[in-house]
Ligand binder design. Structure first.
Ligand SMILES: [Zn+2]
Length: 288
């Protein structure tokens, strides 16, 4: 069961303090007040009809205009709406993996691929309003691919400042499985050493910002305090830039009923998720 948002934020901060894992910058205000112009970020219309109504209070936030000017950010809405492409691809660490998949779906018919695309498009609009260049791996939910290795390679070739893959989880684990988590690289000599530390800093900034914006708890079934090291993902094994994979929350679990959908399935929730993701990116890029 999800705890109250305030309790979660306090718990997250306490956990960070106890672990000594969070940099001081991860808890300060995302951006300093501007003495000049500001940008009022508004949300783009949803391409996927939200299914529930969340009681999330959202406000229009003023941030310095063009604070991300000159920055390039890779956004990967995970999966695709089309059929699974054939074959396997190499994703590092000696592992071959199917090219891609269609992801999970909940019992109401909401697919992961559609949900994460909607959130990613909202994030893109906010980032571009702040002056960033945004590299998307896909902008519709109708085709197949690119394969998971190519999604990372696109960002590698563009020498992006940071990369984020957006997913929503489905699990046959605990019936009350819920909450968000962030997959991060593990040190693999000759492969990931250049991005392990920076990716972890990005994950910590994202965790703080996303929890604050959405009120969602960290995962109660995977990872430690919402951070999950992975050695079996293209997203964690192949990048040449700071990169993490964010599981927005649980879209489907063994019971079919959980309260992450109040956020994942509502327009207000998607505004909050996109706002939190952008805040996490801004926190990271302006502190490193
Ligand atoms: Zn996924």
């Amino acid at each position: 069961m999800r705890r109250a948002a305030t309790t979660q934020v306090i718990a997250a901060l306490l956990a960070c303090a106890l672990l000594g894992a969070c940099s001081s910058s991860s808890h300060r205000a995302a951006v300093a007040p501007s003495s000049t112009s500001t940008t009022h970020v508004t949300d783009t219309p949803s391409t996927v009809a939200p299914t529930t109504t969340a009681k999330i209070v959202t406000t229009t936030k003023s941030v310095p205009a063009r604070i991300l000017s000159g920055r390039t950010i890779a956004l990967d809405p995970g999966h695709n709406g089309g059929p699974v492409p054939p074959g396997t691809v190499y994703i590092g660490n000696g592992i071959r993996h199917p090219c891609d998949s269609t992801g999970t779906a909940n019992r109401g018919g909401l697919t992961e691929s559609a949900l994460v695309l909607d959130v990613a498009l909202r994030v893109r609009a906010r980032l571009e309003a702040l002056g960033a260049n945004v590299l998307m791996t896909r902008t519709n939910d109708t085709g197949s691919g690119p394969c998971i290795d190519q999604r990372v390679e696109m960002a590698n070739r563009a020498h992006v400042d940071v990369g984020l893959s957006i997913h929503a989880d489905g699990t046959e684990g605990p019936r009350n499985a819920g909450g968000f988590h962030i997959a991060v690289p593990v040190l693999i000599p000759g492969q990931t050493q250049a991005v392990v530390d920076s990716s972890r800093r990005f994950a910590l900034a994202m965790r703080a910002a996303y929890a604050a914006a959405t009120g969602l708890p960290v995962s109660n079934y995977l990872g430690v305090d919402g951070i999950l090291p992975r050695t079996d993902l293209a997203n964690t094994n192949l990048p040449n830039h700071p990169r993490v994979l964010l599981e927005l929350g649980v879209l489907n679990n063994a019971s079919g009923g959980h309260d992450d959908m109040a956020v994942l399935g509502s327009d207000a929730g998607r505004v909050a998720m996109s706002r939190g993701i952008v805040d996490g990116i801004v926190r990271f890029l302006t502190s490193s």
